[in-house]
Design a protein around this ligand. Structure first.
Ligand code: FES
Length: 123
């Protein structure tokens, strides 16, 4: 791919593969938002580490190469449903050149604390 562009694939909940062209330095949340990817409820807190709806599951060898997770991210990850050993929050992972061709999986369920607090208000 051309300079500064990185291809990333998201495996959505229904198994559909969404492919996007990202810019180096963009977070995975920004990729989803900027490319209008149809991932329901993704990134509810807009990257402020206040939800866990941007939970993504990485392949093991990619996961090991990612930058270290911060305590704040770990705290929020603990609240994510379906946490795996290779889970990260998409808003905290920035695209790098070496990630070209990356595949990440959207977990089946998301937990948005704010939605749980507001449960029962659906009309
Ligand atoms: Fe809420 Fe990442 S978008 S923690």
């Amino acid at each position: 791919s051309s300079a500064g562009q990185v291809t990333v694939h998201f495996i959505n909940r229904d198994g559909e593969r969404l492919t996007a062209t990202a810019k180096e330095g963009e977070s995975l949340l920004e990729v989803v938002v900027n490319q209008n990817l149809a991932i329901d409820g993704f990134g509810a807190c807009e990257g402020t580490l206040a939800c866990s709806t941007c939970h993504l599951i990485f392949e093991k060898n990619t996961f090991q190469k990612l930058e270290t997770v911060s305590d704040e991210e770990l705290d929020m990850l603990d609240l994510a449903y379906g946490l795996t050993e290779t889970s990260r929050l998409g808003c905290q992972v920035r695209m790098k050149k070496w990630m070209d061709g990356l595949t990440v999986r959207v977990p089946m369920d998301v937990s948005d604390i704010r939605r749980q607090l507001g449960a029962g208000e659906q009309s």
